[in-house]
Write a protein that binds this ligand. Structure first.
Ligand code: PLP
Length: 459
């Protein structure tokens, strides 16, 4: 078979047999499915050998970059020694070592690790733990969870009830009861009476959580789920003091604070955990993605000693588990990944370069379509607007033409993997590997400048 035949055949099979996630499959009736075959550093390559800057780290995953032989070797060694054994009643050395290492890195008393295979499972596990914990400690009525508008916390039925994106929930109703929504921290779209003062806006947004707790009845609320920087909607950092106030509110009403760090942990914000950057102490941290840089799937939750306490003695058992949680290969891969973080001081690289990343992206403010550039660390969203002065956004129809009809494909064709998203207002999301530096920022800015300039002429 010639390589041309191989490409033709794989295109045909991709269209006939493969179902892509969150993808309008009809979009590929007339065009090829992009097939990525190889990665190296901050770049990936398609079947035709074209190179793309991976400005999204795959899907907020590949922190150390692509093609790291030492991680692949660690996985292979583990598969040869012990490919699989469950964490149901047994342990294996790499899960033990990784749990101890994560406990060491995590803030405060988060010393217990419950592994999963994904972020959704981590979120699902955190809600189940909160419910069972309260049943064991004499508050069986606490089951509700509070989360923010537009926030994405996963797609399994429990996680979906926490997710705040109406469009991806409606097809699956009725959902699990108990999901309660509060405003997010999009300061660019703050209500008029708060628009001039970010700290005041943050106080209001935190107090909305208190109002929700009181409205629902504190005795019925189990947990608040928040990302350090909210991804969906386009990177909403917390206003100053927001998390400190949320922590106080949670303590006042006996509600658990879950920091969903599926994206924000493992260096994305320049710290091992996003809560460390914003100096708050969660009761649970959920993680996935960057813990292995994607060389093998793994997720989990880090739980405080206090939450573990009812399960530490007597007959109480957390009645939850999944077959592949803490898979030996994934645990070995995570350890090798963390070794690279240390050896190459990736947290230091993000902290040293994040101001330059922001400054490079902010050059785009001279374009009429660029309304807001926001984020932290190596995690940014660029909101596009029809009118910079009034902040008017696009109609659904314009959004459809702009994002689906033009931007996503044009950015990819120009050699940049990023994400054009309109689950809130239209944004482009960026999360490059943590190894990136100025030359990558310049490449991202140049491609965005060309494509956004062209997009403006097509509105
Ligand atoms: C904050 C957050 N929580 C949960 C999830 C779900 O993770 P997964 O896709 O691994 O199930 C995601 C995925 O992007 C996420 O960003």
């Amino acid at each position: 078979m010639t390589s041309f035949d191989a490409i033709e055949n794989s295109q045909e099979a991709a269209k006939r047999n493969l179902w892509l996630h969150f993808t309008r499959m009809s979009a590929y009736e007339q065009s090829d499915v992009p097939v990525i075959v190889r990665g190296s550093g901050a770049y990936v390559f398609d079947q035709q050998g074209r190179r793309y800057l991976d400005g999204l780290s795959g899907l907020f995953v590949t922190q150390v970059g692509h093609g790291r032989q030492e991680i692949a070797d660690a996985g292979a060694r583990q598969a040869a020694e012990l490919a699989y054994f469950p964490l149901w009643s047994y342990a294996h050395p790499k899960a033990i070592e990784l749990a101890a290492r994560l406990a060491e890195l995590a803030p405060g008393n988060l010393n217990r690790v419950f592994f999963t295979t994904s972020g959704s499972e981590a979120v699902e596990s955190a809600w189940k733990l909160a419910k069972q914990y309260f049943k064991l400690t004499g508050e069986p009525g606490r089951y509700k969870v509070i989360s923010r508008d537009l926030a994405y916390h996963g797609t399994s039925m429990g996680a979906l009830a926490i997710t705040g994106l109406a469009d991806i929930k409606h097809p699956f109703e009725p959902l699990l009861p108990g999901g309660v929504r509060v405003p997010n921290t999009n300061f660019y779209r703050a209500p008029d009476f708060l628009a001039g003062d970010e700290a005041e806006f943050g106080r209001w947004a935190a107090d909305e959580i208190e109002r929700a707790i009181l409205r629902e009845g504190a005795q019925s609320v189990a947990a608040v789920f928040l990302e350090p920087v909210q991804n969906s909607g386009g990177c909403f950092p917390p206003p100053p003091g927001y998390f400190q106030r949320v922590r106080e509110i949670c303590d006042r009403y006996g509600v658990l604070l879950v920091s969903d760090e599926v994206i924000c942990a493992f260096g994305r914000l320049g710290y091992y955990f996003g809560s460390q950057r914003y100096e708050y102490q969660p009761d649970i941290i959920t993680f996935a993605k960057g813990v292995t840089s994607g060389y093998s799937p793994l997720g989990g939750m880090l739980v405080s000693d206090a939450l573990m306490e009812p399960f530490s003695s007597g007959t109480a058992t957390f009645l939850h588990g999944v077959t592949f949680a803490g898979h030996p290969v994934s645990a070995a891969v995570a350890l090798a990944n963390l070794d690279i973080f240390e050896k190459e001081d990736l947290l230091g690289n993000v902290r040293a370069n994040e101001a330059a990343f922001r400054a490079t992206l902010e050059k785009l403010y001279d374009l009429p379509i660029v309304g807001d550039i926001r984020g932290a660390g190596y995690f940014y969203g660029i909101e596009m607007v029809k009118d910079k002065v009034t902040r008017e956004t696009f109609t659904d129809d314009e959004s459809e033409r702009l994002l689906r009809g033009f931007l996503s494909q044009a950015l990819f064709d120009a050699g940049l993997v990023c994400r054009a998203d309109d689950r809130g207002d239209p944004v482009i999301q960026l999360a490059p590997p943590l190894i990136c530096g100025q030359e990558h920022f310049d490449e991202i800015e140049a491609i965005l400048r060309t494509v956004l300039t062209e997009a403006w002429t097509r509105i």
